[in-house]
Design a protein around this ligand. Structure first.
Ligand SMILES: Nc1ncnc2c1ncn2[C@@H]1O[C@H](COP(=O)(O)OP(=O)(O)OP(=O)(O)O)[C@@H](O)[C@H]1O
Ligand SMILES: [Mg+2]
Length: 138
């Protein structure tokens, strides 16, 4: 199932994140692709806020991963931009994050794509003259 959407504003992009995550409230693996500044973190922020996360959703650019907890769900938000190979990912215990029932968002999955499990949902964000174009492969 492929869906193409246009987000003219940041709040519209956040709303798309909220909509997408409705299907993954019990867990899932979600990949986000798109250039620097395309809006991957913005979409995740919308998703997490819609789930009731009240702490600020920061970009995991420097920390590689940010973790959030709500009722029955552990949520991990990865940004692999600074990772250059699978060994580096293993060092931060990446495998452990993939076990159990978690909702996992991964920005820049293409960097270690061949080592990752198949995603439940892939989201691609592109610059568009009127904002951002979002393509969702579920
Ligand atoms: N539809 C839109 N129109 C204009 N600006 C937008 C739109 N959606 C998001 N933005 C802005 O674009 C920026 C996107 O930044 P964001 O950190 O989400 O990108 P990113 O894809 O996660 O980048 P990185 O690869 O560096 O992590 C934000 O400043 C946001 O406000
Ligand atoms: Mg980001």
């Amino acid at each position: 199932l492929t869906q193409k959407l246009l987000a003219r504003t940041t709040p519209e992009l956040e709303a798309i994140g909220a909509k997408v995550v409705e299907s993954y409230k019990t867990g899932g693996l979600i990949f986000l692709q798109g250039e620097l500044g395309a809006g991957k973190t913005t979409l995740v922020r919308g998703a997490l806020q819609s789930l009731g996360i009240t702490k600020p959703v920061k970009s995991p650019t420097y920390t590689i991963v940010e973790t959030y907890n709500i009722a029955n769900l552990t949520i991990q938000h990865f940004d692999l931009y600074r990772i250059s190979n699978m060994e580096e990912l293993e060092l931060i215990g990446f495998r452990d994050y993939l076990t159990g029932y978690s909702l996992i968002f991964i920005e820049w999955p293409e960097i270690v794509q061949n080592f990752l499990p198949k995603a439940n949902c892939k989201i691609k964000i592109d610059y568009h003259p009127e904002g951002r174009e979002i393509i969702i492969y579920a």
